[in-house]
Design a protein around this ligand. Structure first.
Ligand SMILES: NC(=O)c1ccc[n+]([C@@H]2O[C@H](COP(=O)([O-])OP(=O)(O)OC[C@H]3O[C@@H](n4cnc5c(N)ncnc54)[C@H](OP(=O)(O)O)[C@@H]3O)[C@@H](O)[C@H]2O)c1
Length: 288
């Protein structure tokens, strides 16, 4: 039987290209997204590359209840070889979901909760998709929202840094399932087209340099999503990579951001994650 992989946000962008790569490597892939039509089209595209094994599961991964329901469904099916937490989002406006800041929910709490919930059935590995935007993050980890004004790109980078700290913490806490972080590098996708063209996404200091910053973003994000997917594909399929490896945008091991390796940061991240995405939470209307 084919090995099974789940790829979140796998119906478009880097996620779809990752799903294609895993299909070519012989995996039966499940792609998760919000839009059923997009899901059906993705399944058609993937199956055209290899067999009839792909399927779509609908879930809005910005909803922690939807993440719990997705995890319950996958768990009921038994063992899972690979989980690729590819979902990510950048928000132009300061937004909250269920009272919690949206970048933090989608880029960290959602993949955290899915991973922790699926650990008992995982047999292969976890890949968490990270970003070089971690370098612009405010190094404050005791609260969901960092101090200072809201700048979408910086808060996105901070949520990705939080998730990277979680990734390395999980790799250190257990050895049964290898955990790898993969930075795809910039690429032309819905996410970058919709957000990185607005100077309000960056801090006032960088806004002053917008002609340079905007041009740099535009050039970097002209890269194809298929090229960006090389890093997560390698992370998922190269069994020689030790747990805790961070792959850079060229799909080769890179030095992790220092803050993500700090045990105090990892502890703070664990505390906040447990508080805002409790594993024993039962959604309203669902009995235990
Ligand atoms: N693009 C870049 O330059 C870049 C650079 C570094 C890192 N990354 C990281 O790479 C990953 C993929 O990025 P991308 O640029 O390919 O993103 P993207 O363009 O937003 O990805 C599109 C896919 O995400 C799905 N999706 C979006 N929000 C979702 C949600 N709430 N629940 C479920 N599915 C959702 C979409 O399906 P539906 O619309 O049907 O939901 C679609 O399948 C992210 O983690 C991102 O942070 C990207």
């Amino acid at each position: 039987m084919a090995r099974k992989a789940v790829i979140t946000a796998g119906t478009g962008g880097i996620g779809l290209e990752t799903a294609l790569g895993l299909t070519e490597a012989g995996y039966a892939v499940t792609v998760v997204g919000r839009n059923a039509q997009r899901g059906a089209k993705a399944v058609e595209t993937i199956n055209a590359r290899g067999g009839e094994t792909a399927r779509f599961l609908q879930a809005d991964l910005a909803s922690l209840d939807a993440v719990r329901a997705l995890a319950a469904r996958i768990t009921a099916e038994g063992e899972l070889d690979v989980l690729i937490n590819n979902v990510g989002a950048m928000f132009a406006q300061h937004t909250r979901i269920g009272g919690v800041e949206a970048s933090y929910v989608v880029n960290h709490l959602s993949p955290y909760l899915l991973t922790e919930s699926l650990l008992p059935v995982l047999t292969g590995r976890v890949v968490n998709v990270t970003s070089s935007a971690v370098v612009v993050a405010k190094k404050a980890f005791d609260s969901v929202e960092p101090p200072g004004g809201y700048y979408g790109f910086h808060w996105y980078g901070r949520a990705k840094l939080v998730n990277l700290a979680y990734t390395l913490d999980l790799a250190g806490r257990q050895t049964r399932v290898p955990v790898i972080a993969a930075d795809p590098g910039a690429a032309a996708t819905d996410m970058t087209d919709g957000t990185l063209r607005d100077p309000k996404m960056v801090s006032p200091a960088l806004r002053l340099l917008w002609p340079v910053v905007g041009y740099t973003f535009e050039r970097a994000t002209s890269r194809a999503a298929s090229e960006a997917a090389r890093s997560p594909i390698r992370a998922a399929t190269d069994d020689t990579l030790p747990t805790g490896t961070v792959l850079g945008s060229r799909a080769t091991p890179a030095k992790p951001h220092r803050a993500a390796t700090d045990p105090r940061v990892q502890q703070a991240v664990r505390r906040l994650s447990e508080r805002h995405a409790p594993l024993d939470h039962v959604p309203d209307g669902v009995s235990n």
